[in-house]
Design a protein around this ligand. Structure first.
Ligand code: AMP
Ligand code: GLY
Length: 429
C-alpha cells in the first residue's frame, strides 16, 4: 500500500472541482481539504479555515494539520507567494513560486522571457505613462490590442478594432485596474483560431497535456461580452501538421529560459496560442490550470495526479506518468442569468444527479454552495460545467447537451454552439 498523504487544495471553481476529483482517484490520496471550496467540492472534502491568498496562514495551517501536499488552483495565491511559503515550511506544493508565477502576473515579464527564449509572440511595446501610450496607439492605429500588465481577473485585455476603441482601452487600463495597470502593453493583433496547451513541468522536464479550446464570449456565435469561458472541448481537432510539436517546443523553451535565468518553474504552464498562418504564436501564459480547460483535459488524462504533482515539486517528472486515450470531451458551462454582468444567487439547482448519471458525464461545480438545508444552490456567475467524454466529438457534444437539459435552476443560461465550428473545420474556428 502506497503511503497516503493528506492534501489541501486552494480554490473554488469548476477547475478545482475537477482537480479534486482527479486527486481523489489516486491511491496516495488521504484526507482532502479545500479552501474555500464550493458546493460540489464540500461533498467530498472538508473545508480548511484559511484565506487562500495568505501565504503565512496557508503554510501554518498545512503544517499544523499534517498536510503533505498543497495544490494551488487560481493565480492570485501563486502571485502572492503561497507556494514559496508552503515549500519554505518543508511541505510539497503544486504551483510555481511567486517569481515564476510572474509569467502570468506580469505580461511585460512574460514578454521579456519570450524575447530571450526566442519564441514567437505578438510584437509589443510597454508604457508607464498614459499620454505616451496614447500617442503610440494613434501612430499605429487599430486594429490593435491593449493589455494591463498585471492580474485583472480576465478583464485587462482590450482587443480593439478601431483607434478610438484602443484609446478608450488605454485609458481604462491606466485607471481601472489599480496597480495591475501601472504598466500597459500595446500589442500587434494576431489572427487565427486559438488553442490552449496545458503542460506539467518540474522546471526541466515538460510533459504536455491535451490541447483544448475555450469559448470566451457570452452568447452563441461568439457574440456578447467576454466571460471567464462558456464552454470548451479537447482535443482541438483542427491542428495542422507540426502545430502541436511547435507549441510543445515553445513551452519547453520558456521553461528552459526561466531555468537559465535562475527561476525554477514547477506546476502547470498554460500556453494560450493563436494558430496564425505563420505558425503558432503565444497570446499569453498562465501559471495554473485553465478554467474551464481543466474540466475537459483532466477527465481524459490517465495519470495518478498525486504522484504527478509530487514529481513536479521534487524534480522527478517524467513523460510516462501521463497517457491519453483517443476519446473526446466537451464541456458546457451553465451560468446565471445576467452573467458576466450582475446576477442573482441562491437559486436551488435540480437535476445534477440525473445529469451525472448519463453515460460519460460529469457535472463539475463552479459557483455553487450548500444552503442551510444541505441543498445545492447557485452562488456565482458560472454555476456548473457539464462535461461529457465519448469516443467521438459529436457523441461527446450530444451527451453534454442532453445532460444540460436535465439540470434546472432559475435563470439558467448557456451557449448552444459549443464545439460546433470545430466540427465544420479549420476555416471556421
Ligand atoms: P489573454 O488574457 O492575453 O489571453 O487575452 C484574452 C483574449 O484576448 C485571448 O484569448 C484572445 O482572444 C485575445 N487576444 C489577446 N492578445 C491578442 C492578440 N495579440 N491578438 C488578437 N487577440 C488577442
Ligand atoms: N479559460 C481561460 C483561463 O483559464 O484563463
Amino acid at each position: 500500500m502506497a503511503n497516503m498523504i493528506d492534501i489541501l487544495l486552494l480554490g473554488a471553481g469548476g477547475r478545482e472541482h475537477a482537480l479534486l476529483m482527479k486527486l481523489a482517484e489516486s491511491e496516495r490520496a488521504g484526507k482532502l481539504y479545500v479552501a474555500p471550496g464550493n458546493g460540489g467540492m464540500l461533498q467530498i472534502a472538508d473545508a480548511a479555515p484559511v484565506n487562500q491568498d495568505d501565504p503565512a496562514e496557508v503554510a501554518a495551517w498545512a503544517k499544523d494539520n499534517g498536510i503533505g501536499l498543497v495544490v494551488i488552483g487560481p493565480e492570485a495565491p501563486l502571485v502572492e507567494g503561497v507556494a514559496d511559503a508552503v515549500r519554505a515550511g518543508g511541505i510539497a506544493c503544486f504551483g510555481p513560486n511567486a517569481q515564476a508565477a510572474q509569467m502570468e502576473g506580469s505580461k511585460e515579464f512574460a514578454k521579456q522571457v519570450m524575447d530571450r527564449a526566442g519564441v514567437p509572440t505578438a510584437a509589443y511595446r510597454s508604457f508607464t505613462e498614459e499620454d505616451a501610450c496614447a500617442d503610440y496607439v494613434r501612430e499605429l492605429g487599430g486594429p490593435i490590442v491593449i493589455k494591463a500588465d498585471g492580474l485583472a481577473a480576465g478583464k485587462g485585455v482590450i482587443v480593439a478594432q478601431t483607434t478610438d476603441e484602443a484609446l478608450a482601452g488605454v485609458h481604462e487600463c491606466f485607471t481601472a485596474f489599480g496597480d495591475a495597470g501601472n504598466t500597459v502593453i500595446v500589442e500587434e493583433m494576431l489572427e487565427g483560431p486559438e488553442c490552449s496547451l496545458l503542460a506539467l513541468t518540474d522546471g526541466t522536464t515538460v510533459v504536455p497535456l491535451a490541447t483544448s479550446q475555450d469559448h470566451k464570449r457570452a452568447y452563441d456565435g461568439d457574440k456578447g461580452p467576454n466571460t471567464g469561458g462558456m464552454g470548451v472541448y479537447s482535443p482541438v481537432p483542427i491542428l495542422l501538421d507540426g502545430e502541436l510539436e511547435r507549441m510543445i517546443e515553445i513551452e519547453q523553451k520558456v521553461v528552459d529560459q526561466l531555468r537559465a535565468d535562475g527561476i525554477t518553474y514547477s506546476g502547470c504552464l498554460y500556453g494560450g496560442f493563436m494558430l496564425t498562418k505563420d505558425g503558432p504564436k503565444v497570446l499569453e501564459f498562465n501559471a495554473r490550470f485553465g478554467d474551464p480547460e481543466t474540466q475537459v483535459v483532466l477527465p481524459r488524462m490517465k495519470a495518478d495526479l498525486v504522484e504527478a504533482f509530487l514529481a513536479c515539486d521534487n524534480g522527478t517528472l517524467s513523460e510516462d506518468m501521463v497517457s491519453w486515450g483517443d476519446d473526446w470531451a466537451v464541456s458546457v458551462v451553465l451560468a446565471s442569468a445576467g452573467y458576466p454582468g450582475s446576477y442573482e444567487k441562491g437559486k436551488v439547482i435540480h437535476g445534477i444527479d440525473e445529469a451525472d448519471a448519463c453515460e460519460g458525464v460529469t457535472v463539475y461545480h463552479a459557483g455553487t454552495a450548500l444552503d442551510e438545508y444541505g441543498k445545492i444552490v447557485t452562488s456565482g456567475g458560472r454555476v456548473l460545467d457539464v462535461t461529457a467524454v465519448a469516443q467521438t466529438f459529436e457523441q461527446a457534444r450530444a451527451n453534454a447537451y442532453a445532460a444540460c437539459d436535465l439540470i434546472d435552476f432559475e435563470g439558467k443560461q448557456f451557449r448552444t454552439d459549443i464545439g460546433l465550428k470545430a466540427i465544420l473545420g479549420r476555416e471556421n474556428l
